[in-house]
Design a protein around this ligand. Structure first.
Ligand code: FAD
Length: 512
């Protein structure tokens, strides 16, 4: 072979221009590597999902007429490091040119750059041809600004890509950019929820392989019923299922939570997109096309909400990642140091909202945005959990967790550990919000109305404790002023009782 091309596990883009030529002297290389699974403990469904998707992708390339070398986890030649594997292959096949697609992870980007620096053959890094923006577009867009505002970026993206725009290309359809205010409904008791689309597969063999190789995982799996999409066809089926069955209520119940179901009207497309089996533009176009043909059944607020998540938030977070790494991974604005409660790993808590969110994460490697932000994230922030510990959890537990999108959402949006780059104020709430958006509080061991006392919902005292202890950092924030006025109006006895209850909870958190 003359050229060696590396394909990483999250670079399964069938439409990449690399594959237009079928050169017999180009060798594509994919490998299941212990190093890539070992830097944090991942959910077993996630490890299985990436390996399966990679195997299918390698088969696809072969059938498409390409030369492919694939190392399974137990392959003898596999040295379980990108650098070591590539160096060995270059030597073995007397490779004259090494090419790779730009990785989305800072660590790997660094590793590959440094590898190329050590090689004495030609090397080239090409784009993954997946995102709508280049790595540094967000940084240039906000050059000189302290806060990065999603809304300005999002509007620019709508215009640039002519999505949901009037013919002039400048005015949003209907004249309104954003329907976020309409998208905040609780799920009515009688609302039917569609069944998720599952792709049933027996993955016993690959689960055994992972165990035998000593890869430590978290979470639960039924090896005889693995249901994530791992091929391009399945990903397209899931996309079609979403447009037909879920899109019409996506926006309305986007923020709702219930004991009855884990998915509601969400798409569950993040894994397929993050592995690059689907491109963000094709997802958005498929949904907009469907909406255009069904405007009587689907309100514009549903599609707008969905489009914003993908061409807005998803691209925005990636841009922040490249603008702020590697410093971003160390930010801890509130200097939080508390350990993560043990029950984040077991689901064994009496708080119904957390019990539901954590157990479904362990069962399905999935939680929707509001569960991540306003249940597990919110609680950890109130408690003062060290963002490093939280990153490990979020990076491990979710099927879609890849650092560029995990860390910006966790440290930035959810923990405000960046001091306000991603968001303008911390996302915290007491039990009020939980009750407003979910049915969890009605079945909970704790009383959502109480702040103190044995059965008082822990969110309530921790909420005030959070504001009290961060007065110096948040007191001047105009968006939070009202909360401080309420707190300051309480008499000192009441304040003391609340802070005492919060202290008790913090010390005994594993018993809650
Ligand atoms: P839907 O609700 O159907 O939304 C559609 C798509 O929009 C998603 O598939 C996703 O690609 C995109 N999207 C929505 N919100 C965001 C967002 N805030 N940032 C980036 N893209 C978004 N998303 C990940 O892909 N990987 C992560 O590791 C991840 N970690 C998160 C951690 C925290 C603490 C929080 C608050 C959010 C995190 N998110 C992450 C964002 C979001 O929660 C998930 O993308 C979403 O829940 C995936 O489920 P879905 O495909 O059903 O999404």
């Amino acid at each position: 072979y003359r050229t060696l091309r590396l394909v990483l596990g999250d670079q399964l883009n069938h439409k990449h221009s690399w594959y237009e030529d079928k050169e017999a002297d180009t060798l594509y290389f994919l490998a299941e590597m212990k190093n890539e699974t070992g830097y944090v403990r991942h959910h077993v469904q996630k490890v299985v999902g990436f390996f399966l998707a990679m195997r299918h992708f390698a088969d696809y390339l072969r059938q498409d007429g390409h030369e492919v070398l694939y190392y399974t986890l137990d392959e003898e030649r596999n040295q379980h490091s990108v650098t070591a594997n590539i160096k060995a292959l270059i030597e073995k096949y007397s490779i004259q040119r090494f090419e790779y697609q730009l990785p989305d992870e800072y660590r790997l980007d660094h590793e590959l750059k440094s590898l190329c620096g050590q090689l004495d053959i030609e090397t080239e890094a090409v784009d993954t041809e997946h995102f709508l923006t280049a790595r540094d577009d967000v940084e240039s867009f906000f050059a000189g600004k302290k806060t990065y505002l999603l809304e300005t970026f999002y509007r620019d993206m709508r215009k640039r890509h002519n999505i949901l725009m009037e013919e002039d290309g400048k005015t949003p359809l209907t004249g309104q950019w954003n329907y976020d205010q309409d998208n905040r409904k609780k799920l009515p008791k009688k609302q039917d929820i569609p069944k998720p689309l599952h792709f049933k597969r027996d993955v016993t063999e690959i689960v055994e392989l992972i165990k035998a190789a000593g890869v430590e995982t978290i979470g639960r799996i039924d090896p005889e019923y693995y249901y994530w999409p791992v091929t391009r066809e399945e990903s397209l089926d899931l996309l079609e299922h979403f447009t037909k069955i879920r899109l019409h209520l996506f926006g309305t119940y986007q923020d709702a939570m219930t004991d009855r179901d884990y998915l509601l009207f969400h798409s569950k497309l993040s894994f397929a997109m993050n592995a690059k089996l689907l491109s963000p533009l094709e997802v958005v176009e498929a949904c907009v096309d469907y909406w255009e043909g069904h405007q009587e059944q689907i309100d514009i607020s549903q599609i707008e909400g969905f489009v914003r998540q993908i061409i807005g938030w998803r691209e925005f977070m990636r841009g922040i990642y490249w603008a702020k790494m590697p410093e971003y991974a160390k930010l801890n604005y509130f200097e939080h140091k508390a350990p993560l409660p043990d029950w984040y790993w077991t689901g064994d808590t009496k708080m119904k909202c957390l019990h539901t969110a954590v157990n479904q994460s362990l069962d399905h490697a999935y939680a929707h945005h509001i569960q991540r932000l306003m249940v597990t994230g919110n609680f950890a922030l109130l408690l003062g959990v060290d963002p490093d510990e939280l990153d490990q959890w979020y990076l491990g537990i979710y099927m879609d967790a890849i650092e560029w999108v995990e860390i910006t959402n966790t440290r930035g949006m959810s923990q405000f550990a960046d001091g306000g780059i991603v968001g303008t104020k911390p996302y915290v709430s007491s039990a009020n919000y939980m009750h407003k958006m979910s049915d969890h509080c009605t079945n909970c061991a704790y009383d959502r109305k109480k702040k103190v006392g044995k059965d008082a919902c822990p969110f309530n005292s921790l909420y005030w404790d959070f504001y009290d202890r961060h007065n110096d950092k948040l007191g001047n924030n105009p968006r939070i002023g009202m909360m401080y006025r309420i707190w300051n109006k309480m008499d000192s006895e009441q304040q003391e009782a609340i802070l005492k209850r919060a202290e008790y909870i913090k010390v005994h958190i594993n018993d809650f």
